[in-house]
Design a protein around this ligand. Structure first.
Ligand code: ADP
Ligand code: ASP
Ligand code: MG
Length: 440
């Protein structure tokens, strides 16, 4: 069995929904994971924010606008009169619920319930569209099986048991449709796998059912060698190892949720990235095979905070780093990059929720300097640290102010920390010299 995930753009227009229908109706048994239609989750976030800011009339306007957009889509997607009534009733019940939320005080639980509606809407609408097209499919409600534990990690054992039961209940069905992104937390409350989490849903399901392959269908022909939103002349990479893909996803390649590769890596379940609008394109195959050495791709992660921790005598002071790490542990904040010298250690975090408390604690043991608005630029490739051309990086980036370098932490990754304002220029320069082979 395969797992196919379709992102927001893939289910965001009538034309693309037809493309998805064609892709999934090949007679093979599969689980189809759908995101919310493009723009919907952002819109729901804005509704939740308006409620939180005590601005219900703004929230109501936003809800009514979105309601209207959905009705227009339904009118152009469906032709069967009974189905149109049924789907509009369902959609109206969702918007009724959202209007009720504007009378409530905003909490994390309410926000999560609001955010969950996007995937509930897209799966209901798409399932009805398949019905109209004579394709039988079974809806698997994600909230009946997708659970996270107390550490916000997927509870694979419970997911596996429940998913197997639900799939065997739907005997005979070829296509199982489910919501990406949404889940129940360890207390049984509606939650989610963070923005872009439908990719993660797909690989969690892939691992739970030991899928033959997971496919991530999106609006681009696979993982590109640099961020196409900022850089000209990027190109798709045909093969990546799990390690390379994990580094790129974690360090900002938006095409994949940062954790996408984690669930499938252990069982070497391949992940294929494909373009819904251009299914004939090869895309990217992520698998356990590795290829030639050298820099294969570059990604960048924004909103990084760098913290410099200066101590008079760090190396002599046994246990200094332990104390530092314990502070980050206490505030459940993970560290991305780290460099050390005799007198100081610099490290980066991307979650600054507890920054103030962390600084207060650190100041008890050292002098602290904080730099915000930093970006990590990550160069990825098999055995990249051993490659003969890697030294050129220093020449290419001689004009860029580099705050930190991490080299050798993994042999597949070299990371640089720079000011975010230098990011686009840095990415383009690396692209020109490394991939476009402009000579130095
Ligand atoms: P979906 O809604 O299908 O999940 P996303 O918007 O989350 O799609 O991811 C696809 C987008 O990721 C692309 O349109 C592209 O702009 C962006 N992107 C960023 N970095 C990369 C990269 N290295 N390769 C391909 N796409 C990338
Ligand atoms: N709809 C969610 C989001 O926009 C999840 C996803 O698209 O993967 O973040
Ligand atoms: Mg995405």
């Amino acid at each position: 069995m395969k797992v196919l995930k379709f992102g927001g753009t893939s289910v965001g227009s009538v034309e693309n929904m037809h493309n998805v229908k064609n892709i999934i109706s090949d007679g093979d048994k599969k689980v189809v994971v759908l995101s919310a239609m493009s723009g919907t989750t952002n819109h729901l976030v804005a509704i939740a924010q308006a409620i939180e800011l005590g601005n219900p009339s703004d929230a109501i306007d936003k809800i009514n606008n979105l309601h209207e957009t959905y009705f227009k889509t339904i009118d152009s997607l469906l032709t069967d009169a009974h189905l149109i009534v049924d789907v509009k009733n369902y959609v109206s019940s969702v918007f009724e619920f959202l209007l009720e939320c504007t009378n409530k005080s905003c909490s994390k639980t309410l926000e999560n319930k609001i955010l969950a509606q996007g995937e509930l809407l897209s799966t209901y609408i798409f399932n009805s569209f398949l019905k109209q097209e004579g394709i039988s499919a079974t809806l698997l409600p994600a909230l009946d099986f997708m659970r996270t534990d107390a550490f916000n990690e997927p509870d694979i054992d419970s997911i596996k048991v429940n998913l197997e039961r639900l799939i065997s209940d739907g005997k005979g069905s070829e296509i199982y449709i489910t919501q990406g992104f949404i889940c129940l937390d360890d207390e049984g409350q509606i939650s989610n796998l963070q923005r872009g989490g439908s990719d993660y849903t797909a690989t969690i399901i892939g691992a739970a059912i030991k899928a033959e392959e997971v496919q991530i269908w999106t609006d681009i022909d696979g993982m590109h060698n640099n961020d196409p939103r900022y850089v000209e002349n990027t190109s798709a990479i045909s093969n990546l190892s799990f390690e390379e893909a994990a580094e790129l996803a974690y360090f900002g390649a938006k095409i994949l949720h940062p954790q996408t590769v984690t669930p499938v890596r252990k069982d070497s379940i391949p992940v294929r990235l494909k373009n819904t609008m251009k299914p004939e394109a090869h895309g990217t195959l992520i698998s356990k095979s590795t290829s030639e050495n050298g820099i294969k791709a570059i990604a960048a992660k924004d909103n990084i905070t760098a913290i410099k921790i200066k101590s008079a005598r760090m190396l002599q002071a046994h246990g200094f780093l332990k104390k530092v790490f314990e502070i980050f542990e206490t505030y459940q904040t993970s560290i991305d990059m780290i460099t050390t010298s005799e007198v100081a250690v610099s490290l980066t975090i991307d979650d600054d929720k507890n920054l103030e408390s962390i600084i207060t604690e650190l100041e008890k043991i050292a002098l602290i300097e904080v730099d915000t608005n930093q970006s990590i630029v990550c160069l990825v490739g098999h055995s990249v640290v051993n490659h003969q051309d890697t030294y050129k990086l220093f020449q290419i980036l001689q004009d860029v102010k580099i705050r930190m370098i991490s080299y050798g932490g993994s042999k597949n990754n070299i990371s640089l920390l720079i000011d975010s304002k230098d990011k686009i220029n840095t990415l383009q320069k690396l692209n020109d010299y490394l991939f476009e082979l402009v000579t130095l």
